[in-house]
Design a protein around this ligand. Sequence first.
Ligand SMILES: Cc1cc2nc3c(=O)[nH]c(=O)nc-3n(C[C@H](O)[C@H](O)[C@H](O)COP(=O)(O)O)c2cc1C
Length: 319
Amino acid sequence: MTALTREVFTAAVTAATLAPSMHNTQPWLFRRDGDTVEVYADTGRDLTVADPHHRAVRISCGAALLNLRLALTAHGHPMTVRLLPEPGRTDFLARLTPAVDRPATPLERELHAAIGLRHSNRDPYLDSPVSTEQRARLTHAAATERCWLQLVDDPAAVARIAAILRRANRRITDDPGYQVELAAWINHDPARRDGVPVRAGGPAPAAHELLPRRDFGGPAHPTGRDYQAEPLLAVLGAHGDLPGDQLRAGQALQRVLLTATVMGLSASMMSQPVDDEAARDELWRELHWQGSPHMLLRLGYGLPATASPRRPAADVILP
Ligand SMILES: Cc1cc2nc3c(=O)[nH]c(=O)nc-3n(C[C@H](O)[C@H](O)[C@H](O)COP(=O)(O)O)c2cc1C
């Protein structure tokens, strides 16, 4: 195998930065040591109110790790990943070392090509249904990363999950500290490279909506296309809730999102029911599933979504 060049490493880091992260904090850092690549959490970007236990940091860094793996493989550097979160060392998350040389598979190439096309889509979706075959590909994507995805469109089950989400959202938004923290991550400045731009954050949440969304300061929802009365939801989870499980869940989340992108589907994330301890327990009981829920998703066909900015690779590469 050829040596990992700075150009290829930088291209892979650029792909990694396109991963989703809570409030678009981009809480990741990367280091190259010869042919080895290390992934760190950027502890300076912690959300102390919304994410006190760093669950969202690890999910976000897991998603970035999947992009990194796909990009390195696509550039001829398949890697073996060792997940390294340790109780005393919360920032060092993963080490990638060269694996046996092999070409990227057609699926890896397809997922890699989708990295720059994926954006959260918080607008209403069209009524076109997601087919059985597409659903199978989405659940298979989560299983590939040793996680699970449970799709929910039975109206009664959707209503129960929506009620859990509403209770969690109320508890979270009642905290003035949460509002102050969220406001700091709403991006009103076209030159700023992180945070959620108002134009990407979707319309202002309305009280009558089934699924409460985070309020990123968007304009009132225009009359016309409304949010679906019976959306397709998906709960993504891992077999446990240790830091390693959360990193695995992040990789699975990104594989599901990229698979959706490849199939022309839109997705948005709602993490309130996993950010809130009580809601996570309720969600777990609702699913009758072995393991721990780590993200709630809404899936469907949408109109093109707005990209959110990213910090350049140079800002997230450690010397
Ligand atoms: C752990 C995690 C939690 C998230 N929670 C929410 C959420 O509750 N509501 C929401 O609209 N987006 C949520 N997102 C999506 C991020 O806001 C989004 O990824 C970020 O703004 C970057 O935009 P992009 O996904 O379009 O690249 C979450 C993403 C992650 C990884």
